[in-house]
Write a protein of this length. Structure first.
Length: 220
């Protein structure tokens, strides 16, 4: 069978990662978390004292860090210059700064190229999750999914993940990040015209996975 490419986009807290990993595992496909790559380059900028409020400073060093993603859905990995950054890329500091870094065109060009080469190398195929996969990175994907959920549901899920009782603060931070990601000039968060929109507000993870697996099987 030819390799199957699945693009899963949407704002944060809609269940993209859990859904994408489970779909990839079920179908024997690779899995790529593109948000982790933007977080990794942001972590490198922060660690190296780059002023992330200055796009020209970011652009000047965008090519420096070597970012490597492991694409096994049972245990995805991410390293920067050989250092495992799976933990450090989830801090509040990185989360607060990632939208500014990912808005810089030189950063996007570099990471997009990396994503395309990973997808091209996936033998059975790949599930790629992000914000601009269906619109920009892999416009010829076999299936495009756009996940949505109410702001309340998204904040509640994120707070649960972070074991953080402050749902209100989480919701505010999430809304701010989505607004930045949706309004940037270069490949903003957007639903592709040919994407299938799935509202996950009242669905369990198992139901969303079932729905997406069914859609992939229809395409194969
Ligand atoms: O998915 P996650 O919340 O980890 O993504 C972190 C950030 O990375 C997003 O808020 C966005 O700024 C950026 N991102 C992006 N394009 C993608 C995936 C993530 O700009 N395809």
């Amino acid at each position: 069978a030819p390799a199957v490419i699945v693009a899963i986009d949407g704002p944060s807290g809609t269940g993209k990662s859990s859904t994408s990993k489970a779909v990839a595992a079920r179908l024997g496909l690779s899995y790529l978390d593109t948000g982790a790559q933007y977080r990794a380059i942001t972590w490198w900028m922060v660690t190296n004292g780059v002023d992330v409020t200055d796009p020209s400073e970011i652009a000047a060093v965008a090519g420096k860090p070597d970012i490597v993603s492991g694409t096994d859905p049972a245990g995805p990995t991410i390293t920067v210059d050989g250092v495992d950054v799976a933990g450090p890329i989830r801090t509040q500091e990185v989360t607060a700064k990632v939208s500014a870094v990912s808005a810089v065109p030189e950063v996007r060009a570099r990471i997009t190229e990396l994503q395309r080469s990973i997808a091209a190398d996936a033998r059975t195929g790949i599930v790629v999750e992000g914000r601009d996969i269906g619109t920009t990175v892999l416009p010829d994907a076999d299936l495009k999914i756009f996940l949505t959920a109410s702001p309340e549901a998204r904040a509640a899920r994120r707070s649960g993940e972070l074991k953080n009782a402050d749902v209100d603060a989480t919701r505010e931070a999430l809304i701010k990040r989505d607004a930045a990601d949706s309004s940037r000039k270069t490949s903003p968060l957007a639903k592709a015209d040919d994407a299938v929109e799935v509202d996950t507000t009242d669905l369990t993870l198992a139901q969303v996975v079932e729905c997406v697996v069914g859609l992939v099987e229809e395409k194969r």
